[in-house]
Design a protein around this ligand. Structure first.
Ligand SMILES: [Cu+2]
Length: 68
């Protein structure tokens, strides 16, 4: 499980966009995004660098990544 701290998430649509893009990379990824803390928790077998790159490609800034 990885936790990404991001900038730019402002509404439910952002969460949908990010969830969709991460599921394109890993169909079985479990994504839980929290607007208040601007964090995205992802359970995935994929490399966190690839996950972060997907989030950035969707238009959000990944500030930090940590492994939980
Ligand atoms: Cu939004």
């Amino acid at each position: 499980m990885y936790e990404f701290k991001v900038e730019g998430m402002s509404c439910g649509h952002c969460i949908q966009t990010i969830t969709k893009t991460l599921n394109n990379l890993d169909q079985s990824a479990k994504v839980v995004a929290d607007l208040a803390s601007q964090t995205i928790k992802v359970e995935s077998v994929q490399d966190p660098k690839l996950l972060a790159a997907e989030i950035e490609d969707a238009g959000y800034i990944v500030v930090s990544t940590r492994t939980l």
